[in-house]
Design a protein around this ligand. Structure first.
Ligand code: MG
Length: 160
């Protein structure tokens, strides 16, 4: 059995006048994540973890932020494309784990909804998608509520 692991990281600035989309879910908050797409830092980190596991570069290269096709796009669409790439390369996703680093908002109430959306998109069981949340203890840009970051790890199995 050939098992591959990939890691992903992303950070986006929190700005006024944007919706806060995390894991494809709109979270009620006074600011949102800035980005060429919807700025979904969690999905971007997960995409990179999957791409890392298949040795498939990164989302910045796959979906350049200079490409008008990706302007304002739902990052779930990017995750669908990455999922298709994973399938095409003969891999099955075992599990995805993630840690969102945000001093605000409190994400606990939204975790089940978010993991359900990601599991559905990846076509895996919800128990195989883990979302963790932590704060940055008031430190740095995240602590000042000027940014949200996310780490993700994916474990894949080569089946073809
Ligand atoms: Mg990003």
């Amino acid at each position: 059995m050939s098992v591959k692991v990939g890691i992903g990281f992303d950070i986006h600035r929190l700005v006024e006048g944007r919706k806060l989309i995390l894991g494809g879910f709109e979270i009620p908050y006074l600011k949102g994540l800035f980005g060429h797409s919807d700025g979904d830092v969690l999905i971007h980190a997960i995409c990179d973890s999957l791409l890392g596991a298949i040795g498939g570069s990164d989302i910045g290269q796959l979906f350049p932020n200079t490409d008008p096709r990706y302007e304002g796009i739902s990052s779930i669409k990017l995750l669908e494309e990455v999922r298709d790439l994973v399938e095409k390369k003969g891999f099955k996703i075992n599990n995805v784990d993630s840690t969102v680093v945000a001093d605000e908002p409190h994400l606990e109430p939204f975790k089940p909804k978010i993991s359900a959306i990601i599991a559905q998109t990846l076509k895996i069981d919800q128990e195989c998608v883990n979302i963790k949340a932590t704060t940055n203890e008031g430190l740095g840009e995240i602590g000042k509520k000027e940014a949200i970051a996310c780490y993700a790890v994916a474990c894949l199995e080569k089946i073809k």
